[in-house]
Design a protein around this ligand. Structure first.
Ligand code: SAH
Ligand code: SF4
Ligand code: F3S
Length: 451
């Protein structure tokens, strides 16, 4: 029996990938280790999306090196692997600066891990695997074993990888490679397995999940809406979500599905990045502010209770005070239930990194603070609007305090309430009683008739 410890940074696709790397190593005898200090193998699954990604990797590797040395002093071998988007982008630098690393592997090569581990066990010296292989890793990885989250009530399922959109600021097309969609049959089979293992809610994942166009059962490509209808038929699956979507790929059939599939939860993460047409063009997002408003209007028409979430970047090269004011206006007009906002961070090799007119750091800080204050207020207002509502809550497991259980609202808010853990996996009516910035409190709701 050998022990594997995986450290995961970055997006949900990395969470999914980490679980799949553990699956592919399980037949080699690797079982999970809680502590990297007792692991025979440690995988650091990295993210390159924003600032200081590479430095963060080297500082973590320094920590892991101590464990490796301490184990070596006891005569034990530790295989150290760096995976994910920093591995893909900076593989050679990792090997040069951290020669104690055994394996550097990019996100499209995880199915080859067993060979890499065998090679690392046989011979000293590091190996680099960052070519994009011709085959899809999904065709060679073993079946996903179980939901990745503790308790397993909610699960991720990657259906699409990579990106061909080349937004000016973004490293993903370089780290994940070209856009590729998994076939519908493989996704439906995986969703059935996850449901059989206890998952009640599945979130479909992709860097541009709504660009998914996998092969359907009769050989022709399906759009995402079609896949959602098929997944909604899985009897034990109560809820479906998908993320991350690009506004350009919000097709009318997909919007219609939000009005027609009860299992599709009324929540959509739709990153817009900026409220300025000039900046949208500079970012190569290929849509306008008016297009975005139209999409939101259509969604709200078919699903009036839909909660919207987004991502924003402040201080992209060339962003003026007027452009930023346009972003604030868009935020005030739409009122997002949830949002993530970031200071623009130049990524090596991307077009915006080399552009002139970089915004100064203190100005980026100021804009970010102003935007975040508005977004926080909107989230709190949305959470407050839920107080008094009786909502279906999917119970996911124990809560933070004894006697409490935790769950998830249709609008993706964490909910805490008193109740028995035996309810885990059930969707129960809960009266929402109190709003917090990032969660809600509630009580189990019992309908009572007069006797
Ligand atoms: N595919 C998604 C986004 C994936 S990256 C989309 O196109 O909408 C997640 C988020 O990270 C982006 O939406 C963006 O807001 C942020 N991000 C990406 N690159 C960034 C950079 N260089 N600087 C700051 N934020 C960035
Ligand atoms: Fe990055 Fe743009 Fe692709 Fe999203 S659509 S992953 S922001 S290049
Ligand atoms: Fe990060 Fe790569 Fe995901 S850069 S956000 S781990 S696709």
């Amino acid at each position: 029996m050998k022990r594997l410890h995986v450290i995961t940074w970055g997006c949900q696709m990395n969470v999914y990938d980490s679980a799949r790397m553990a699956d592919v190593l399980a037949p080699l005898g690797y079982a999970p280790a809680q502590d990297p200090a007792d692991a025979d193998m440690v995988i650091l699954n990295t993210c390159h999306i924003r600032e200081k990604a590479t430095e963060k990797v080297f500082s973590e590797l320094g920590r892991l090196r101590h464990f490796k040395r301490a184990r070596a002093a006891e005569g034990k071998r530790t295989i150290l692997a760096v995976a994910g988007c920093v591995a893909q982008a900076e593989g050679a630098e990792i090997l040069a600066r951290a020669p104690y690393v055994d394996i550097v592997l990019g996100p499209q090569t995880y199915h080859r891990l067993p060979e890499m581990v065998a090679q690392a066990s046989r011979a000293a010296g590091a190996s680099l695997h960052t070519d994009f292989p011709p085959e899809s890793k999904f065709d060679f990885l073993p079946d996903a074993a179980a939901p990745q989250t503790p308790g397993g009530i909610t699960a991720f399922l990657s259906i699409q990888e990579g990106c061909d959109k080349f937004c000016s600021f973004c490293v993903v097309p370089y780290t994940r490679g070209a856009e590729a969609s998994r076939p519908a049959a493989a996704i439906i089979a995986e969703a059935n397995r996850l449901a059989a293992n206890g998952a009640r809610e599945i979130t479909l994942l992709g860097q541009n999940v709504n660009a998914w166009h996998g092969e359907g059962p009769n050989g022709t490509p399906w759009p995402l809406a079609r896949l959602l209808y098929a997944l909604a038929d899985i009897p034990d699956l109560a809820r479906l979500r998908y993320t991350t979507s690009h506004p350009r790929d919000m097709s009318d059939d997909l919007i219609a599905a939000h009005g027609e599939i009860p299992a599709l939860m009324p929540y959509l993460h739709l990153p817009v990045q900026t409220g300025s047409d000039r900046m949208l063009a500079a970012m190569n997002r290929r849509h306008t502010v008016a297009d975005f408003h139209r999409t939101i209007e259509k969604l709200r028409t078919v699903r009036p209770d839909i909660a919207l979430s987004s991502d924003f970047i402040v201080g992209h090269p060339g962003e003026t005070a007027a452009d930023f004011a346009d972003t604030l206006r868009l935020v005030r007009e739409i009122r997002f239930a949830q949002a993530y906002s970031f200071k623009y961070s130049p990524r090596p090799g991307t077009p915006a990194a080399g552009a002139g007119a970089q915004v100064l750091e203190p100005e980026k800080d100021r804009r970010l603070q102003e935007l975040q204050a508005q977004l926080r207020d909107d989230t709190m207002a949305f959470n407050q609007s839920c107080v008094g509502v009786v909502a279906d809550i999917l119970i996911t497991g124990p809560g933070r305090r004894p006697g409490q259980i935790g769950g998830r609202s249709p609008w993706l808010q964490p909910v805490h309430l008193p109740g028995p853990v035996s309810l885990a996996g059930q969707v129960v009516p809960v009266r929402l009683t109190e709003a917090h910035q990032n969660s809600l409190s509630g009580d189990l709701y019992q309908e009572r008739a007069c006797a």
